[in-house]
Design a binder for this molecule. Structure first.
Ligand SMILES: Cc1cc2nc3c(=O)[nH]c(=O)nc-3n(C[C@H](O)[C@H](O)[C@H](O)COP(=O)(O)OP(=O)(O)OC[C@H]3O[C@@H](n4cnc5c(N)ncnc54)[C@H](O)[C@@H]3O)c2cc1C
Length: 459
């Protein structure tokens, strides 16, 4: 290995950020150069996205700026579009300018996962995912924008469509987003929309399996369904989305209705960029790893997190691998960084071992469900545990303090429920003004303009 090896970290999410943080602490600049490549200039603390969408936390506070947190690493804002580990070369597409190649000595593959979609008619045109902060901000503005639209029309069809919110996928990301956004909309209608009633809203969660929240026991999942149903929400188990054409949703149970909102949270798959690499992948497209997090048969290549198949040493089932979640990602990152340092120093890497502690999920303000080390909590205690656990986990003291400040301010001044719909298309007004200047009159609204009024057709 080179005197001063270059460690290339692909992705600055959970695994990438935590690995780089540890490497910059344990390896001085003279010993190695750590290069972190990510299309975003920040890490996203995804478990806070539902609260960011619901307005309990400022969206900027759920992301951690890479350059500020990693002052001793080189941060490249761009995407790795492929690599040959045999040649130790990666192809990088910066956010601006020509693609170039970067030579490295040690690889950490941590590019995470992407939404797993199905070829459902209309899904790509009408759906939105829930994996990044842009989507969380968009949904918050969109849901509030739909309340504004419903409150400002007398057309019952438009109203019903605007107030019908459809979510597909009952894992923790989907259930939390569904429950948090409903809670926010309910609060907004109760306090600020006298022309609307909470009974006018229809929230539909569609799940193909016979249960939601596979991360907790069946009784806790059933309790959650009961809670959501008691709030007037419609949870459809053993049901699939068949199509969504012109905002018309069709389900496999025969039901169909109009809905301006379709959120897709039905699972993830490993980053497809892996196909452009020579790293070994399993039948699910994940990088095949040894228990030490080394990529199988590839010296100096390491991987962890959502896109890695890491043997789960705590389970007796042959071939068991760790689940794609933050709990494993954070711990794997620490083990991975220590093993990279060990291999640079000529020591043996150690295997990763962690038994899953459980899950905490928030279902709106003061509501939650949790199962940690076998202890089952419901309602307020679960919600409180969700908040304390995640604030202890979000990286950097700066972010912890800001998140706590957001919660405190929301408790004192009520939660912020204002739609900043202009964020979805900030240039629209200016372009219209410029066009008016050219023609002397206001152009009639185009179909696109109309769609920009808030429905997902504009997304
Ligand atoms: C809404 C939501 C809520 C969640 N809540 C929980 C929870 O409560 N508990 C829990 O345990 N888990 C939770 N998770 C799952 C958890 O966030 C993931 O398991 C974790 O983020 C995985 O870490 P990772 O580093 O593998 O991927 P990520 O954190 O997603 O990081 C991947 C990084 O790679 C970057 N990247 C992508 N493509 C490229 C490329 N071509 N080149 C370079 N970089 C690239 C991305 O921009 C990203 O920054 C939640 C997920 C979501 C979406």
């Amino acid at each position: 290995m080179a005197q001063r090896p270059v460690v290339l970290v692909v992705g600055g999410g959970y695994v990438g950020l935590y690995t780089a943080l540890r490497l910059q602490k344990r390896l001085s600049r003279g010993r190695a150069e750590v290069v972190v490549v990510d299309p975003q200039p920040h890490m996203t603390y995804q478990p806070f996205l539902p609260e960011a969408a619901a307005g309990s936390v400022e969206p900027r506070h759920v992301v951690v700026p890479l350059r500020r947190t990693l002052p001793r690493c080189r941060v490249v804002t761009g995407a790795v579009t492929g690599l040959s580990h045999a040649e130790r070369r990666a192809r990088i597409a910066p956010i601006e300018g020509e693609t170039y190649e970067l030579s490295y000595d040690v690889l950490v593959m941590a590019a995470g996962s992407v939404a797993r979609t199905l070829p459902i008619p209309g899904l790509a045109e009408h759906g939105v995912g829930f994996k990044n902060v842009g989507e969380a901000i968009y949904l918050r503005n969109h849901v509030l924008g739909r309340l504004d639209a419903a409150s400002s029309t007398d057309d019952p069809g438009v109203r019903r469509r605007a107030l019908t919110f459809t979510f597909v996928g009952g894992g923790y990301a989907g259930v939390e987003a569904f429950a948090e956004l409903e809670d926010m909309a309910r609060y907004a209608i109760t306090h600020y929309y006298p022309r609307l009633s909470t009974a006018d809203m229809r929230w539909v969660l569609v799940e193909a399996m016979g249960r939601i929240l596979p991360e907790v026991d069946l009784d806790m999942a059933a309790w959650t369904v009961k809670q959501l149903t008691a709030r007037g929400m419609d949870v459809r188990l053993n049901t699939r989305l068949e199509s969504v054409t012109d905002c018309h949703v069709r389900l496999s149970d025969g039901d169909e209705f109009d809905s301006d909102t379709l959120v897709w949270t039905a699972g993830t798959k490993p980053n497809p960029m892996l196909r452009e690499t020579d790293l070994p992948v399993d039948e699910r497209g994940r990088v095949v790893c040894e228990p030490t997090l080394q990529v199988r048969g590839m010296p100096d290549a390491w991987s962890a997190g959502d896109l890695a198949a890491v043997p789960d040493l705590t389970k007796e089932t042959p071939g068991a691998t760790t689940a794609p979640n933050a709990q494993h990602a954070v711990r794997q990152a620490k083990r991975l960084a220590d093993n990279v340092v060990a291999s640079i120093e000529g020591r043996e890497p150690q295997p990763y071992r962690h038994s899953y502690a459980g899950s905490v999920a928030s279902l709106g303000l003061h509501k939650g469900v949790a199962q940690v080390y076998g202890v089952k909590l419901k309602g307020w205690p679960a919600w409180f545990m969700h908040r304390t656990y995640h604030v202890s986990r979000v990286p950097t003291f700066n972010r912890k303090a800001r998140v706590v400040a957001d919660w405190t301010l929301a408790a004192v001044f009520r939660r912020e429920v204002i739609s900043l719909g202009q964020l979805q298309d900030p240039r629209r007004e200016f372009v219209q003004a410029a066009n008016t200047g050219r023609t002397g009159s206001l152009p009639p609204p185009s179909a696109e303009d109309k769609a920009q009024s808030g429905t997902l057709r504009a997304s």
